[in-house]
Ligand binder design. Structure first.
Ligand code: C2O
Ligand code: CU
Length: 625
């Protein structure tokens, strides 16, 4: 039968309403059928429930279109209303039965759309059920035209919901499963070997704290968390106590430590549940400036306050004053954790600048400038540069996660100032206006070092930008040939991921968790060719290793060797880095722009013969990004 026949033969109901209600119900049916299999795996009765609901909706929708009756319409309205009711209960107080009784479920795009379709269909079905017989539709084409928008809407909504359900966050992903029949070591066993190093204890309690009227997530009640200073060569034992409402972990950004202490949920451990604690143990091998932060739902937990500075002090201090300056907040409201640092004329000062600012979508760096004294960039990412020459006012770009140690001597009369500048051509004028409107605090954040009058203020936009590729002088360095060479092409494209539309961020054409891991064998030398195919900045970070920057935009470095754990790859730039695979484990490689990592720019570095017993995904609740 054609549309004309149906409507003409059954003039009782308005065709438009009838077909729209049937379409909406069919859309809801499709959604229920698509989500039935994952529910089936979770709980048999729930899966069967979704399957039956889907089938019942599909059959009744077809029946409504073919043989509409008032009774059927009212019955369908009651059914859909009941489903909406169940949904509301499950998302607010939680269902009394099922896999997690009494616990509200998370609201997702799929279930919102499904309920929306049902609510609309209830309205139409009720109208169909209670309204007296309608006039016969004479102009069929008018009915079709009238029904078209709602059909498109119902179809579009249902298709979106189905796509969201099909791309839902995976239930369980193992980044390095144990290969059957092969001998392999679990990451859980890759701990620090016993030794006689002096032990230094650290206790960090992750908790919810009220700071300036804001509910923040803190370590020991402060944001940033307490500055940790340990001595090079010490055996550090950190006890993390989790008093947060959510699971969490601690990651030691930049440290070369045993894999089991790396703190990545779903890779090197299960996230520490509320009320539980976990002890991290490692020997602080490399002196330098590092930091620590949560690595479970990092995108949410770090910006809430779960981060702090970590300094591994050399046995012999080289400067009179040694101070950490942690930049945090977000690009519109960068905060500096000091405003005044004491120093006397003639004293040498080391400022350890850490960029923990949660970058926006463009991923752009922070650009501190030191004014009032010539300074050297003594170290990057904690690693000393060879023969650093004194610089005059220079902008030092730092991608999220990167660090720079600036060393200078206090002048006789003026104070010194660390200020934030911007990079040439960035941000865009639109962003600037936006940030200006956003920023209640003036954009002149600065730290004053010493008490004298402020130094002269140059035009920040006109001073040079630090160039890592020519600074300092060469020294013995890792060179080729390399055993493993791999491209890491960074891209982005709009699409559906984790059940919602997003700007998917890709490595080698895939988002996490589908990016093929970088596979290495202990002892191999590895060269990574990073290609940024986007208009964003990507500070790419590798856990547990320190790499050498081999080339920037294809040009080898001519100055000091540069050793980093995070390399900033600018829009459409390339960067080549090399390292020795000397730390077995399963390690994360990701963009440190948390937004980008959360949208898929994440992969792992897998050593031969190492597996992880931990899983990421909704089943375990381990979500490292
Ligand atoms: Cu600072 Cu995987 O991160
Ligand atoms: Cu990025």
């Amino acid at each position: 039968m054609t549309f004309t026949h149906l409507v003409a033969a059954r003039p009782t109901y308005a065709g438009v309403m009838l077909y729209t209600a049937a379409l909406l119900t069919l859309g809801a049916a499709a959604i229920h059928l698509v989500v039935a299999p994952p529910h089936l795996r979770e709980s048999l009765p729930f899966g069967v429930f979704f399957l039956s609901v889907g089938c019942a909706e599909a059959i009744s929708a077809i029946q409504l279109a073919v043989r509409p009756t008032r009774r059927l319409a009212l019955a369908m309205a009651a059914g859909s209303a009941a489903l909406v009711g169940v949904w509301v209960v499950s998302r607010t107080v939680g269902l009394p039965i099922g896999p997690t009784p009494g616990k509200p479920e998370e609201i997702g795009l799929t279930d919102v759309i499904c309920s929306l379709l049902e609510i609309l269909s209830v309205v139409l079905l009720l109208a169909l059920g209670v309204r007296p017989p309608q006039r016969r539709i004479r102009r069929v084409w008018l009915a079709i035209v009238a029904a078209l928008p709602s059909a498109l809407l119902a179809g579009g909504l249902a298709a979106t919901a189905v796509a969201a359900a099909l791309t839902a966050m995976p239930e369980a992903v193992n980044a390095a499963p144990r290969a059957p029949g092969q001998s392999a070591v679990s990451v859980a066993r890759l701990t620090e070997a016993p030794g006689t190093e002096p032990v230094e204890h650290v206790a960090l309690t992750a908790q919810v704290s009220q700071i300036d009227g804001q509910r923040l997530w803190t370590y020991n009640g402060t944001v940033p968390g307490p500055e940790l200073r340990v001595t090079q060569g010490a055996r550090v034992q950190v006890t993390l106590v989790n008093q947060l409402p959510d699971a969490t972990t601690l990651h030691w950004h930049g440290l070369r430590l045993p894999n089991a202490a790396d703190g990545v949920a779903g890779l090197t451990q299960d996230a520490v549940q509320p009320g539980q604690s976990f002890t991290y143990e490692f020997v602080a091998r490399d002196a330098g400036t590092y930091w620590y932060h949560a690595h479970q739902q990092t995108e949410a937990q770090l910006p809430r306050g779960l981060f702090g500075a970590l300094v591994v002090e050399p046995a012999q201090r080289t400067e009179d004053r040694d101070v950490t300056v942690l930049l945090h907040g977000d690009p519109g409201h960068v905060r500096i954790d000091h405003t005044q640092i004491a120093a006397q004329p003639g004293q040498t000062v080391r400022l350890r600048v850490i960029n923990a600012v949660v970058a926006g979508m463009d991923g752009g760096p922070e650009t501190p400038v030191l004014l009032g004294a010539p300074f050297t960039v003594a170290a990057l990412d904690g690693h000393e540069l060879h023969d650093p020459q004194p610089l005059r006012a220079t902008r030092v770009p730092l991608g999220m996660g990167q660090r720079a140690d600036l060393v200078f001597t206090m002048p006789a009369t003026t104070s010194v100032r660390l200020q934030l500048a911007e990079l040439p051509g960035e941000p865009s004028p639109v962003q600037k206006v936006f940030e200006h409107v956003q920023a209640a605090v003036p954009p002149s954040q600065a730290v004053a070092i010493g008490n004298g009058p402020a130094p002269d203020q140059p035009d920040l936009a006109a001073i040079p930008v630090f160039d890592t590729t020519t600074y300092g002088t060469p020294a013995a360095e890792l060179t080729g040939p390399f055993d493993v060479t791999a491209p890491l092409v960074l891209g982005k494209q709009p699409g559906m991921r984790d059940g919602r539309p997003q700007l998917i961020h890709l490595i080698n054409g895939q988002p996490a968790p589908n990016v093929a891991p970088l596979r290495v064998t202990e002892g191999q030398t590895v060269r990574l060719h990073l290609v940024n195919d986007t208009d964003e900045y990507h500070p790419m970070h590798i856990h547990g290793h320190v790499f050498t920057v081999l080339a920037h935009n294809g040009q080898p470095l001519t100055g000091s060797p540069v050793h980093l754990d995070s390399v900033l790859v600018g829009p459409h730039e390339t960067s080549d880095v090399g390292f020795v695979a000397d730390n077995p484990g399963v390690w994360m490689i990701h963009c440190h722009v948390l937004l980008h990592a959360g949208m898929g720019m994440m992969m792992t570095l897998n050593y031969t013969g190492v597996y992880t017993p931990y899983e990421m995904g909704t089943a375990s609740g381990n979500m490292p990004e």
